[in-house]
Structure formats: C-alpha cells, structure tokens
Design a protein. Structure first.
Length: 366
C-alpha cells in the first residue's frame, strides 16, 4: 500500500482548473461525482470539492481494501472544501462522493503514477513528531484493550452498574485516537456506529449497542456475544494501529477531525444518546487533538510561532470550560447542561477549530 500523508480539509470558494499537477475539481451532486481527472503524479494531490446538490456530502480517496487515504466531510450544499492527500508511491485508488454522507458512495477509479519522498523521511523534526505521536497511539490502544476487557467482562457477568461505570472510561481511549481507527475501513462502524446512522442491513454492534442495552432495553440474550465481538474488534484495531505508518500531516488532519467530532456529535448530545456520557467523549476528543498538535509543536513553532501561542490560548479556554463540568471523578450528564453552557462550549470549540485547521498547511509548507 502506498505510504500517505493527509492534509486537513480547508475551506475554499472557487473552482480551480484541473491543470497537470494542479488542483483537481470535483463536482458533487445528489446523484453524481464528477472528478475532473482520474490520474495524478505521486506527491501532493489536491481536490477542490464543490457540492452542487441538495444534501450534505463527503469526499474520499480510498486505497486497497477501502483504506481511507483522505477524506473531507460535512460539505454543505453550495460549499467548496479542499482536501490534500500526499501519496508517495504509485498505485490504484478510488474516489467517492457520499451524498447524505451514507452508503459506499459514487465511486470512480483513480491512478497515481511515479514516486515522491515522504516528508517524515526528509525532515528530522517531522520524523520525530510522527514517532512521538505513534508512542501516544500505542499507549492509548493498550489502555483501550484493557478497559474494554473490563467493560466486556462486566456485561457478560450481568453486572449492570459496574458496566455502566466502565462504559465511558473505556471510550476515553477510543475517542482520543478515533481518526486513526477510522482509516481502517470497517473497524470504526463495527465499534462505534450509532443506531440512527446504520446502513441498510448493517447489524447494530459495538459500544452504542451495549449502551442501549445497559441504559434502555436491559441486557439482551445476545448482549454477551455483542460484547465479545466488541473486544475482538478492539483487538483487531490494536494490532493495526500499532503497525500503521503515520505521517506528519495525518496528525494535523486528525487533530481537526477530533474537533469536528465534538462540533457535530458531542456538543449536540447525539453521540451517547442513551447514557448521556457525552462530556467524557468531548474531553477525550480534545485531549487527542491536543496530543497530535503537541507532537507537531516544534515544527509549528519553527514556522509560525504566533500560531502556537494562539493554539495554547484556545486549548486552555476549552479546557477551563470542560473542567467546570466535572462531577466527582467524571463529568456531569449531558442532560444536566444548560443551553447557555452548551452554547459556550460550542463557541469555544469553534474558536479552537479555526487555528487547528491551519496546522496542516503550516506543517506541510516547504
């Protein structure tokens, strides 16, 4: 599989000609995905995705086995978003638009030719950043496996109160590294799909199925089997996450993705709709974003010191608001928040997301 680097999606407003080596325009609609050209040389590949349809859409570049090489989500009607993917080796890929952000998408073949040097190999600071973040990922997946095992054992033993207490704790380690997990095809939907987001024919499994069993319907006859499958999927993730080749702008992209997770799910209370433990996930997404930025910080400070200072200020503002919602060793239920508190948290995340969205461009700049 071709080594890759992901550059964070950013806003754009104009279509750009698909000149050789230049941005590739993508016109997404409710029933079409028109990619201006289906070949590119290895290195940075830029897609300018314009949503001409009536539904929110996504755009993906897939590698072998539906490995997500790069993605940009939540492109509203009339909006244009940019995705830059660095592919270092030749290979066969697929592009896909997903109107309504559902299904396999409207796909097309895409070919990358030639070869290019990887950023982490050419720059010692970038290389150390990826190693530092890989150590962080390794520690998180080890803790995820440990705590998920405890959670699964409680479910299988019918210890409902213990399982409820362990549910948000196990998810801490998942939420901190979710962008890494999302790149491995079907692992993310197996572990973390919400019931309203299931595709036709998709079985409801993972954390949220057990969340429903624990808080709403009561443990079911197949709850132990669902728990066993969750642990098997987590172990699968652990192996893949430790073996994946991470790259500098993948870290930057992941930092922004984690904040998008907060903005589109946790801040609305939709993620943990049965347990209302969303603030644990919120805290963990911010922690994961901060860890990715911290790994890249020497590079950021060397290229844009002011951005580093702004990031510190904005992360501190979100941290302060979250700490106000502590309750014992954990957090308040989402349902205990006032509308003013929700709005204040949302504004702080939006303010943080803006400088984090600049990190990938700074890191990738020559």
């Amino acid at each position: 599989m071709a080594p890759l680097v992901l550059l964070a999606a950013c806003s754009g407003s104009k279509d750009t000609p698909a000149a050789a080596g230049g941005p590739i325009t993508v016109e997404a609609s409710d029933d079409a995905c028109k990619v201006a050209r289906n070949t590119a040389d290895a290195g940075n590949i830029t897609f300018e995705v314009s949503n001409k349809g009536s539904k929110v859409t996504e755009f993906y570049l897939y590698g072998e086995g539906d490995r997500i090489m790069g993605e940009v989500e939540n492109i509203g009607p009339g909006l244009t978003r940019r995705l830059i993917v660095e592919v270092a080796e030749a290979g066969k890929f697929q592009t896909a638009c997903k109107p309504g952000m559902k299904g396999d998408g409207i796909r097309g073949d895409f070919t990358v030719a030639g070869g290019a040097a990887k950023a982490a190999d050419a720059n010692a600071q970038l290389g150390e950043a990826t190693k530092s973040y890989q150590r962080y990922v390794n520690s998180q997946v080890d803790s995820l496996e440990t705590k998920t095992t405890e959670f699964v054992n409680a479910v299988k033993a019918g210890k409902v109160d213990e399982a409820k207490a362990l549910y948000p704790v196990a998810r801490i380690y998942w939420e901190r590294i979710e962008p890494v997990a999302e790149s491995f095809g079907d692992i993310d939907p197996k572990i973390d799909s919400r019931e309203p987001d299931l595709e036709p024919g998709q079985q409801f499994t993972g954390f949220h199925r057990l969340e429903k069993d624990l808080w709403v319907s009561g443990l079911q006859a197949d709850s132990p089997q669902i728990a066993d499958q969750l642990l098997a999927d987590v172990k699968d993730l652990v192996g893949k996450a430790k073996a994946v080749e991470l790259t500098p702008v993948q870290l930057a992209n992941g930092a922004k993705e984690l904040l998008d997770e907060v903005a589109t799910g946790k801040i609305t209370g939709e993620e943990d709709q049965y347990s209302h433990t969303d603030l644990y996930d919120f805290r963990s997404n911010v922690d994961g974003s901060q860890a990715a930025v911290a790994a890249l910080r020497p590079v950021i400070d060397g290229k844009d010191k002011a951005l580093g200072t702004t990031l510190d200020q904005k992360f501190a503002a979100v941290d302060a608001l979250l700490e106000k919602q502590r309750k014992g060793d954990g957090f308040k239920a989402y349902t205990e928040l006032t509308q003013d508190e929700i709005k204040e948290l949302a504004a702080a995340v939006d303010a943080l997301g803006e400088p984090v969205s600049k990190v990938a461009e700074v890191v990738s700049a020559k």
